[in-house]
Design a protein around this ligand. Structure first.
Ligand SMILES: NC(=O)c1ccc[n+]([C@@H]2O[C@H](COP(=O)([O-])OP(=O)(O)OC[C@H]3O[C@@H](n4cnc5c(N)ncnc54)[C@H](OP(=O)(O)O)[C@@H]3O)[C@@H](O)[C@H]2O)c1
Length: 269
């Protein structure tokens, strides 16, 4: 069988890196895109590190133009902004969507013409179980992942006739570098006199702890592989314990009952 080509964004760390290695071992040819491709040098004979900044249209165009063929796109790059809405800086607000939503759209838009021409493709968006749940101080992050869910649902219609499948994975908390390197904190929400201090004091450390003690990112890599292999995969798939706990609850309960359960679980008052 011919080797299929996979482009993974944010591949230098965490789920992206683990998935690159897992899929390379399964026989795929991996284009591992990162702002720091040096971190991927020599990782595997079937992993080609590429420099890509998904927030820069020129970087996206140059990188995608240089790749002859892509059958599978894994939109994985993302970070989390921790701030109350009231205390947000204007630039922080836009930056969160620039990476998590517009970056994902930018790379997808660059890849879709090739997939359409070859009449096949799979796009997998790494969303989050927080793409279906609201939480204080994570409004912008969660909203960006809600938006990713909307993109997935709409693109499925647009690309269906071209034999391009679109899916999203909703991970729970996973032990990656996310809490260590990729949570951007607005200090104002952590000041002594912040009206939102109680969330900074109690919720934020608890979430950091849950991420750092989360599941093995291999779970996400295996989920990606299953989606690629099974053309009848569902539109969205959960991965990890927290997603398996909250997403079915979200489907079954009313908005108000679900909110009550989240309040109780995170002691939000
Ligand atoms: N860990 C969790 O608990 C969890 C839960 C649900 C969803 N997720 C999602 O899973 C995806 C992967 O995260 P991870 O947990 O594997 O974390 P990670 O180890 O911190 O990796 C995140 C990757 O995203 C890229 N990235 C971060 N900030 C970026 C920016 N400003 N511009 C462009 N790229 C940026 C980085 O890519 P380069 O440095 O290589 O360019 C990095 O490799 C993210 O979309 C995240 O939202 C994570």
């Amino acid at each position: 069988m011919q080797r299929q080509h996979v482009l993974i964004t944010g591949a230098s760390s965490g789920m992206g890196r683990v998935s690159a290695l897992f899929l390379a071992d399964k026989g795929f040819h991996i284009y591992a895109a990162s702002r720091t491709p040096e971190r991927l040098e020599g990782l595997h004979p079937h992993i080609v590190p590429l420099r890509l900044d998904i927030t820069d249209p020129d970087s996206v165009a140059a990188t995608i133009d240089a790749i002859p063929q892509i059958e599978i796109l894994i939109n994985n790059a993302g970070y989390g902004l921790v701030s109350s809405v009231e205390e947000l800086e204007e630039a922080q607000m836009y930056a969160q969507f620039e990476v998590n939503l517009f970056g994902l759209l930018r790379v997808s838009r660059a890849v879709i013409p090739g997939m359409r021409a070859q009449k096949r493709g799979v796009i997998i968006n790494i969303s989050s179980f927080l793409g279906k749940i609201g939480l204080p101080l994570l409004t912008l992050y969660n909203a960006s992942k809600y938006a990713v869910e909307g993109v997935t649902d709409s693109l499925r219609y647009e690309l269906h006739d071209f034999n391009i499948r679109v899916h999203s994975i909703l991970p729970g908390f996973f032990d990656t570098n996310f809490a260590r390197d990729n949570l951007v904190v607005n200090e104002k929400s952590f000041y002594e006199n912040s009206p939102y201090r109680k969330f900074a004091e109690e919720l934020a450390p608890r979430i950091v702890h849950q991420i750092n003690h989360g599941n093995d990112p291999l779970w996400v890599a295996e989920t990606i592989y299953k989606i690629i292999e099974d053309p009848h995969s569902p539109a969205r798939i959960t991965a990890g314990e927290k997603a398996r706990k909250f997403i079915p609850m979200r489907r079954e309960l009313s908005d108000e009952d679900f909110e009550r359960r989240v309040r109780e679980y995170y002691n939000l008052g």
